[in-house]
Design a protein around this ligand. Structure first.
Ligand SMILES: Cc1cc2nc3c(=O)[nH]c(=O)nc-3n(C[C@H](O)[C@H](O)[C@H](O)COP(=O)(O)O)c2cc1C
Length: 174
């Protein structure tokens, strides 16, 4: 497996939970992406970047954008963590939206996260409330998977994190 590191960006803890599970399973080092410098990565063969999904964007991805060329000979992977249940079409669209040009060949994996409005910052809660209001005006038969997930999580605390989501990523790393 070589020497590896798990990097993570997590606002509310679900992505960190996956990063911790990956660290336990692999014995790799683990750090917040924001605390990491490109030159610190020289000694690693494998880099797994874990990021929560906020408004369709994978958090922390800019680290790979800036450094991709320096990581030519390394094994790279991305784990993104969102509230939606996994759905192939939506996942492909999210990948295409986030991974363009030289990043598009990096394998991307998915873990379902959590939802707790009490934990959210005022700004995030307001954004989610605006989204909920906009979605509520639509015909439920036309909801995208993430809209269904958001509407079913209204006023609830949900935790969908599950180690099983990590199996395909662990197979890839090993
Ligand atoms: C402001 C905001 C925007 C979000 N946007 C999305 C989204 O576009 N797609 C999705 O699947 N989940 C979305 N979520 C849900 C988060 O991805 C989910 O809560 C995940 O667990 C976040 O990871 P964290 O717990 O590590 O912060 C959003 C959450 C917040 C607070």
């Amino acid at each position: 497996m070589g020497k590896g590191i798990i990097l993570y960006t997590s606002k509310y803890g679900a992505t960190k939970k996956y990063a911790d599970w990956l660290t336990e399973e692999t014995g790799f080092d683990c750090m917040k992406t924001a605390d990491t410098k490109i030159k610190d990565m020289e000694c690693y063969d494998t880099i797994v970047l874990c990021g929560g999904i906020y408004a369709s964007g994978i958090a922390g991805l800019s680290f790979f954008r800036k450094s991709h060329k320096a990581f030519n000979n390394k094994k790279l992977a991305i784990l993104c963590v969102g509230a939606s249940p996994f759905e192939e079409k939506a996942f492909c669209e999210m990948k295409a939206h986030n991974l363009k040009e030289d990043l598009k060949d990096i394998p991307v994996f998915y873990g379902r996260g959590a939802w707790d409005e009490e934990k959210m910052s005022w700004k995030d809660r307001t954004l989610c409330n605006m989204l909920k209001k906009a979605i509520a005006k639509k015909d439920p038969d036309t909801y995208e998977p993430w809209m269904k997930a958001l509407m079913s999580a209204v006023d609830k605390t949900c935790d969908w994190t599950d180690k099983e989501y990590l199996e395909p990523l662990l197979d890839y790393i090993r």
